[in-house]
Each structure stands twice: as structure tokens, then as C-alpha cells.
Design a protein around this ligand. Sequence first.
Ligand code: HSE
Length: 336
Amino acid sequence: MRIILVGCGVVGRSFLSLLLKNKDYFVHSYGFNPRVVAIVDRDGAILHSRGLDLSRVLKVKEERRTVSADPEYGRPNLSALEVIRDVEADVLVEVTPTNVKTGEPAMSHIKEALKNKKHVVTTNKSIALALPALLELAAYNGVQLKFSGTVGAGMPVLDLARRLSGDRIISMRGVLNGTTNYILTAMEEKRMPFDEALKEAQKLGFAEADPSMDVDGIDTAVKLVILANSVMKRSVTLEDVSISGIRGVRLEDVMEASEKGFSIKLVGSVNKELVVKVNEVPKDDPLCVKGVLNAVTFSLEVAGDITISGKGAGGLETGSSIIRDLLEIRQAGLRA
Ligand code: HSE
């Protein structure tokens, strides 16, 4: 499998380091030996049709800020769209920063790859702006669009939901944002002020480049839209979600709830309406997870409630979701 990686921030680099570290394991366990033939960051690209030396790429990125600074294989002026169109590859891995206002540059990258009959794996939540259209474009071109890392990162919530298809999902509730959950947990357990807890979450690499995405509930809403579309077949967009975040939550509210046996959580729910708002969740509810953990409870017609929880943010966790999706594409190819 030949891969083009577009975006070389925390997630992109984590993905590369996992490929490097677990190379033997992937070959041995799955016969999976991918070649990364191109990487694009903000300042250009690096190309090698036989597969890039990933330890060298990571070193160049760290020392010289851009992969295109590689003296032998670097191509400083090459754009992502040119690479996606012209480089021979099977899959585009798109991990540029999410932009829920315009969807760019991810939207253009993904469309270009699908039109050029390249599979796409993305962790970019901008897809929430046009998921049904993108899935249609993928199907039309006979390729796959995989995005399991957009919700839950390392926790395979979309994959679990697919396995629930024999039953009917009536509703769904989730703690879907690691940063706000980290902040609320730190406020409750360490009596830490909001700003200090946010700084810690940023240092640990969970928060979005613009933390208002997290604290104002937009990131949760975007994930809710992806879940509602892909799991509950609801054709909804961000505009259909009623959104409020955690800025108004005071330390005394958190402590008061805690004394009554509840924790304050930012919960996204899909019933008749799609809503993101703070809820008091009983401490013994499986949804009441701590720190950067995420959890989603599906309420099923027959089986009742099923909850999945796990680390919902972090570079390596999100990097592992990309490999999960690549393996699925490969399996489907082997079956075809
Ligand atoms: N900022 C997001 C979060 C990253 O904190 O959950 C993972 O989507």
C-alpha cells in the first residue's frame, strides 16, 4: 500500500512514529508493509516512490521544521493538491488541522484524492460539513473514505456502532471531548481553576489549536454530527445542533454537584434533537469517565444500553486510528 500523508503536525508525526516503531509487528501480524511515498507539510513536500525513510523524515522535520528541507528528496514548492493528483499512491492520509468554518484545506485535499480514485483516511473533523456528499463521491469513484479517528481517537466507537446494526439505536449520549473532560475532572479532583486546567490540557496536546473549539462545545458538536450521520443515518449538519460549552461552569457548581454524587460533564446527545450542553451525570453512570477519557452510550431497542469508553484524544491514540483504518482498507482489498 502506497501512502501520501498530508499534514505533519502532532497527529501526522505520531502516525509516522507508530509505523516506524511497529513495522515488524504489522508485517508479522497482518502482512501489512505500507510505503509512505510522499509527505506534505505547510512548506512543501518530500517524495520517494520506493518509500521514504521515516526516521530520516522525522529527524528533518524536527531539526529543520519542514520535511521539504531534506536535501535529496525535499520539494519545497510542491503543493498538497499537486502531490495528491500527480504522485502514484493508493491512499491519502489527511491530517491537516480541522477548520469547521470553511472545511479547508482538508475538503479540497479529500475531494481531489477521491476524484483521483485514491482511498482516503482522515482524522480531520472538517468532514462534518459535508459527510453525505463525500461518502457519495467515494462510492462513485469506487474507493473508501475512512474517518474512525474523528470521534474517540483510539477508541473505535464508529466501528462498534457498525457492529450494532442487527439492533436499532434509539438514542445516543457521549462525553466526546477530551479537553473539556480533562478540565472538568481537574476542577473537581484538584480544585483547579478553569484557566490552569486548560493550560495543562494544551501542554498535553489534547486541545485544538483554537481551544474555543473545545471549551465552547463545537468539537463535541462536530463529533455528534459525524456520529449521527454515520451511525444513526441522520442527515444533519452543525447548524442542527444546539450548542453550549463549559465556560460558565464555576468551581462551586462542580463541587456542589460532586457532594451530591454527580460530576459535571459536557454531554452530546442525539434524540429527536441534537444537543451539546453540560449535564450532571451520576458518578456510577458508565458515562462518568475521568480526565481525557471519552465515553459513548448507545441505547438500543433490544439490547438496552451499551457503553464504550477509552482515550478520546492524543497524538498517538489518533495515529493508531489511522492504522486501524488503513488495515480495514487493505482487508477489503484482499476480500475483493
Ligand atoms: N481537541 C479534541 C479533544 C481532540 O480534546 O477531544 C480529539 O478530537
